[in-house]
Write a protein that binds this ligand. Structure first.
Ligand code: 13P
Ligand code: SF4
Length: 414
């Protein structure tokens, strides 16, 4: 019998990164903040998120009834509905997705079904916001559980970025700083980039985007993920001393004026609580156990981990890397566990395992439980749009400018 992540977490308390992952997502409905498994380092966004309550009938519903409802609703809605699923979604959910992909692919996928009335996004909040910005105005975008945020995205808020930007504009006295926001950020920050000559990047096209940015100006303000910014710029040959990390809480951004003057990439101190768990010691351990093993990690991992790995890339790049390895290969992967386990099941001729021995799903992706999916799909059948994501029109206009620049910056291997 194959155990799901849920089985593993529930059956072996203490085997996951956070014991609260053993609870149902709806136990946290209505709580401020992000609930089960959210890292202790996560910042609680303002205004505090208070997701609605999943009706008790859906909380109590047996799994097979939830799945029967999802299948029936999909059949009834037909082409009026498209479901997008990120690679990190649990298997019980991802099986219903019409498109499964990385952030870049899913942003494109949102554009490919203009005839669908509704896009149900099984991913996290910033992905659904992006789909709403790119979709036709008549299309509705639904995030099945509104508590499915991204702790990294919450590490850069609009006021702090505006304050840092003001300081930099005065310090440099030029317009040669280009703002680049990682896709994992709020629509407001994408709009900030659109208004200020900047761009959005994903982990798959980050180097194309940085090349574009350096054609527009001398330096880049990169937020929120310090690791993606550092790893990408380093691979392009930017020296570490020219990519200082700023402290948004310090009035002078906490960087020596001489260092700031020469900086090429100003890094924001954000990080992913899943990918920061990967270490060089884990890579050494994998190689000690399997001397011929290959190691691939997501570029949200810290720089020493990316440097020690054989390869680094977006979730889709990881998928392609594994597919390209010969039968019999051993591959250690530094990314989210649902995806790693799915790849292992898809390639039974290869030994594929997660670098981190502790079961650690992305706790916010994990909140898209089949109960929420069944509830929002039943709503659509009844003519009610539940948990809709609507980006303010002015924000959307400016964010779209930065997102369209992103869509034109193709990943290098495409
Ligand atoms: P990808 O764009 O590689 O899918 O990454 C999204 C993400 O959130 C990784 O943590
Ligand atoms: Fe955000 Fe990390 Fe989850 Fe990706 S894996 S959605 S960066 S918290």
């Amino acid at each position: 019998m194959t155990l799901s992540i849920n089985d593993l977490i529930v059956s072996a308390p203490g085997s996951s990164c956070d014991g609260e992952l053993a609870k149902s997502p709806w136990e946290f409905d209505g709580f401020p903040g992000y609930g089960p498994g959210a890292s202790e380092d996560d910042l609680i966004p303002e205004p505090v998120v208070r997701p609605g309550q999943l009706p008790a009938a859906y909380q109590r519903m047996p799994e097979d009834e939830l799945h029967a409802r999802i299948r029936a609703a999909k059949q009834t809605l037909g082409h009026r509905l498209v479901i997008l699923g990120h690679f990190y979604q649990r298997d019980e959910v991802v099986q219903y997705a019409d498109f499964v992909g990385d952030s870049f692919q899913l942003a494109n996928a949102a554009l490919t079904r203009p005839e669908a009335e509704t896009i149900v996004f099984c991913g996290v909040h910033f992905m659904a916001e992006t789909a709403d910005i790119l979709a036709r105005p008549e299309q509705h975008v639904i995030l099945p559980n509104l508590a499915a945020g991204c702790s990294m995205a919450d590490m850069a808020d609009e006021d702090s970025v505006e304050a840092a930007w003001e300081y930099l504009t005065q310090f440099y006295g030029d317009d040669d700083t280009i703002p680049v926001t990682y896709m994992n950020s709020s629509a407001a920050l994408k709009a900030f980039c659109g208004r200020n000559g900047g761009i959005v990047c994903t982990s798959s096209n980050a180097s194309t985007v940085l090349e574009w940015a350096f054609e527009q100006g001398r330096r880049v303000l990169f937020f929120p993920d310090q690791h993606l910014g550092r790893n990408t710029a380093k691979a392009m040959g930017v020296p570490l001393e020219q990519m200082p990390m700023i402290n948004p809480r310090a009035t002078d951004l906490g960087v020596d004026a001489g260092v700031l003057r020469d900086a090429r990439v100003l890094l924001w101190p954000g990080f992913c609580s899943v990918h920061k768990r990967f270490t060089v010691a884990q890579i050494e351990q994998a190689r000690a156990q399997y001397p011929d093993c290959k190691v691939i990690v997501h570029p949200e991992s810290p720089m020493p981990v990316v440097d020690a790995a054989d390869a680094a890339g977006s979730t889709d790049a990881i998928r392609k890397f594994i597919a390209a390895q010969p039968s019999g290969s051993v591959i250690a992967v530094g990314t989210e566990i649902n995806m790693v386990n799915r790849l292992a099941a898809e390639h039974p001729d290869k030994t594929i395992f997660c670098l981190d021995p502790v079961v650690c799903p992305c706790s916010t992706m994990y909140r898209i439980h089949p109960g929420y999916l069944a509830w929002v799909l039943d709503g659509l059948v009844e003519g009610e749009v539940r948990n809709q994501i609507v980006v303010d029109a002015d924000v959307a206009t400016h964010a779209k400018v930065a997102l369209e620049r992103m869509l034109a910056a193709l990943p290098k291997d495409d």
